[in-house]
Ligand binder design. Sequence first.
Ligand code: TRP
Length: 446
Amino acid sequence: MAAARGEFSSRFGFLMAASGSAVGLGNIWGFPTQAASNGGAAFLFTYLILAFALAYPALMAELIIGRHARANAVTALQAISPSKNGKLFGLVVGFVGITTVSFILSFYAIVSGWMIAFFIDPMARLVGADSVSAWLTNDAVLRNGFFVVVFMMLTVWIISAGVKDGIEKWASRLMPSLILILFLLIIYVLTLPGAMEGLKAYLLPDFSRVFDPDLLVSAMGQAFFSLSLGVGTMLIYGSYIPKHENLPVVGGLVAVLDIGIAVMAGMLILPAMYVALANGVPIFDDGGGLIAGPRLIVSVLPALFNSMGFVGIFVALAFFALMTIASLTSSISMLEVPVAYSVEHHGIGRKTSAIVLGALITIISLVIVFNFDSLFDLVVSYTTEISQPLLGLAFCLFGGWIWNRNEILEEIKQGSPDAESGLFWKVWPFYIKFICPVAILIVYFQ
Ligand code: TRP
């Protein structure tokens, strides 16, 4: 416990790590397809408002609490609670967060494993290993289990190296590559026949849907998942931010990067789907909606890449590299939550913690792989639709009601001495106290 805590060595490092956490399958896969099936730009519009008005304040609550307490969620939430009941509540919320994020990682690792398999597939085809290629791309328990283990080993390996030499180092390498690949793919796909149809489907708003309760619920869930909120991920990353950093600014940059990359991803995925349509690949399901679930990434897009001939191999390679990077920078932020707790609270070494906890989560993943039809959707909806919004609500209560307001201000002032007269301090306290909890409750009970 006495060992020095890790810290990010630069603002860039923190931004890459935190936006790496935020930018994941949720942005590149979830956001574009949700937008497509929920009124195109109408969803985009609602999402932008909810993300800035609700998710950003909640993100700030986590970052401020984390940096103040310089500890994992359980310790931090207890430390900021003055009363005994508050401390108990902190303990419960911290633990539910750790459990929730571990289950999120257990399903995330399965999907990420598919991404690795599809990333290796173009290389197998390049060298003419057709049977390997068939094994990689056919949905089978053995393949899924194998790649869950590979993906979790990578995650554990980065987390064992620590905050600066693991998380920061890898995020700083991977995130710029992700942004570059994303841009190149967008430019290429937009030149193909059919792409403009997709861009229209994405950007032409169907405003009749803006107040549709389903759309609101989807947009809020998407915003919370995308900013990795509620489970202590951003809290623990916040705890590694140096005291001289201006929190409202760095938090704002993370939100802008996350939202910006989601919006950009829409300009890749939807045009790509309509290019696939133009190449004869079916993109609508039986109900007439766009194919959005797992089939989109593991069947529609690969069919598109196959229809492109030789270049398709390289496009596939780039696309699945993008997906693998996005997954990995997110999964490390998930595993860091239980690992930081185990290191700080129980004094267990980082490496041992990472291996043991990583192995436990891998076992849960494998159980899901073996019972995919009955467990996968269940775990996804329990964690992301029930647990995460409620935890988000709890964090708002800590930031708005439980933690002393002056202490919050003091914490923000460390990196921004004029914070008291700034816009953030005029708006945020009211927001986190009233608007966020009420809005989360309303949307939740829809
Ligand atoms: N935000 C990531 C994505 O969009 C996933 C993620 C990382 C996450 N850490 C999290 C989701 C914590 C929920 C909670 O894919």
